[in-house]
Design a protein. Structure first.
Length: 133
């Protein structure tokens, strides 16, 4: 789970900096959808019911050039995790938690067995966003 404050705007971007403010829900969806080097499909109902809040699923698949540089490039900038780089196909859930936007990423490299996919799905189903008392 990331508090995304920046998204890659170039293919094979080495560093993604935090802009210091949280990106709004719809702006985050558009920024993730438009990351260069990825083919994106957007499901506005994807993830609904998973996290107890409205969410949009964006499936990202890297093209060959992006996959080549995946180990040295970043996709997201955060204020707490620094830059975050990932490789392989990504399921990116953008979640609206009472006006705050969070990003949940499920990453898949290669073709894992069904048991591994089921474990990943169980982990996603266990994610909850709760406000502190």
């Amino acid at each position: 789970v990331l508090d995304v404050q920046g998204v890659a705007t170039e293919r094979c971007q080495e560093t993604v900096y935090s802009i210091g403010i949280d990106m709004p829900y719809h702006q985050t969806i558009a920024a993730v959808r438009d990351i260069p080097g990825y083919q994106a499909s957007v499901d506005r109902k994807g993830g609904d019911g998973l996290f107890g809040h409205p969410s949009t699923l964006i499936r990202l698949s890297p093209d060959a050039a992006q996959q080549e540089c995946a180990r040295t490039s970043q996709l997201f900038g955060t204020d707490t995790n620094g830059g975050v780089g990932l490789r392989g196909d990504l399921d990116v859930y953008v979640v609206d938690v009472e006006g705050l936007t969070y990003v949940v990423i499920a990453n898949e490299v290669g073709s894992p067995p069904q048991a591994v996919r089921a474990e990943r799905d169980g982990i996603l189903a266990s994610v909850e966003f709760v406000q502190p008392d």
